[in-house]
Design a protein around this ligand. Structure first.
Ligand code: DAH
Length: 350
């Protein structure tokens, strides 16, 4: 077969293949490349003819060379047109699919919020920090010595009975209050001491609107020479008025705790009726918020402090209770259900 008719065959086949590409419903760059290699690749018939032109007789060489070059150019330009076209179509599709409607309302991210228990603790720590109180921590799993004995709670005290206390093993309990931290800190540090300690506490209570087997307390301790009941009253009044508002009235009522003498319970004027009497304060005008007192000599003796030389005051309060009063929350269970609709209400609180 002459070179010219070979070339004609190649041209016809190439035109046919290119036509197929043009009408292909799923054209892609690989398919185009296949056709390009078939006709313009190193071993393609057309390229071989071009390579071997010099071996042709001089009388056909110019004619064959001309047709071969024209055919190559034709295929090259068809292939590159196909490629350009395909790239343009793909870019357009991308533009359409990635189109951004700038008039659409933005999707906002929900901001997290602090748990009301955390809010009450940090606000309280902040108020006490202004009066020189640092922050201490203690274990939630505790020896009976720290939870009871050193706090002057004798072996037969009702607080130690099984119905109140979770026992981990014979002498080990889940702390029933944060007062254990008083003992641990006094054992490790010398007076003067001034700190607050917040954390989880556990009691064998059935869950209801006001009781939870796990809840939080904040404990305060101030120990130095000549600390008096008036310091206790001044510090706690300042705190309660900073926390609940400066119009809050504060009342100290004599009470009893084994680890303080004298002891008191503290009431504030009702946050709901300001003292007039309502359902929240059971018509009394007052709400109980904390327990406190002057540290008992026996407690000082248990940590080898000399009660002749130093004195101190202590207090303890329930975090959930404070939060319930401050935010008028009626059910303690809400704190532990983690319902976002409840939690997110405290985003800007405090
Ligand atoms: N530990 C007591 C309780 O859980 C609260 C308390 C009362 C703590 C008086 C004190 C205090 O430090 O002085 O009910």
């Amino acid at each position: 077969m002459s070179e010219s008719s070979k070339l004609e065959e190649i041209r016809v086949a190439a035109v046919e293949d290119i036509q197929k590409l043009k009408v292909h419903s799923h054209l892609n760059l690989e398919l185009i490349e296949e056709v390009r290699v078939k006709y313009l690749g190193r071993n393609a018939g057309l390229i071989c003819i071009l390579k071997n032109l010099s071996q042709l007789s001089p009388d056909v060489r110019p004619q064959v060379g001309k047709i071969a070059n024209e055919t190559r150019k034709m295929i090259e330009s068809e292939i590159s047109a196909l490629r350009d076209n395909l790239v343009r179509i793909q870019e357009n599709q991308k533009l359409v699919s990635e189109k951004i409607d700038v008039t659409l309302a933005g999707r906002t991210h929900d901001l997290g919020s602090f748990h009301p228990v955390s809010l009450v603790i940090s606000k309280t720590e902040e108020i006490f920090a202004r009066m020189g109180f640092g922050v201490e921590e203690g274990p939630e799993i505790e020896n009976e010595f720290y939870n009871f004995e050193a706090l002057n709670i004798p072996k037969n005290h009702p607080a130690r009975a099984m119905h109140d206390t979770f026992y981990v093993s014979q002498n080990v309990v889940l702390r029933t209050h944060t007062s254990n931290v008083q003992i641990r800190v006094m054992q490790n540090k010398k007076p003067p001491l001034r700190f607050l300690s917040a954390g989880a506490t556990y009691r064998h209570d059935t869950l209801d609107v006001t009781h939870s087997p796990m809840f939080h307390q904040m404990e305060g301790l101030c120990v130095d020479e000549k600390v008096s009941l008036s310091h206790l009253k001044g510090v706690l009044t300042a705190y309660l008025q900073a926390f609940f508002g400066d119009k809050t009235k504060v009342r100290f009522r004599p009470s009893f705790f084994p680890f303080t003498e004298p002891s008191a319970e503290v009431d504030i004027s009702c946050v709901s009726c300001s003292g007039k009497g309502c359902r929240m304060c059971k018509e009394s005008g007052w709400l109980e918020v904390l327990g406190c007192g002057m540290v008992h000599d026996n407690v000082f003796r248990a940590v080898k402090y000399n009660p002749q030389k130093i004195s101190g005051f202590a207090f303890g309060m329930g975090v959930e209770r404070l939060a319930m009063l401050k935010y008028q929350i009626s059910d303690i269970r809400l704190f532990f259900e983690n319902d976002v609709r409840f939690l997110k209400q405290f985003r800007t609180a405090l």
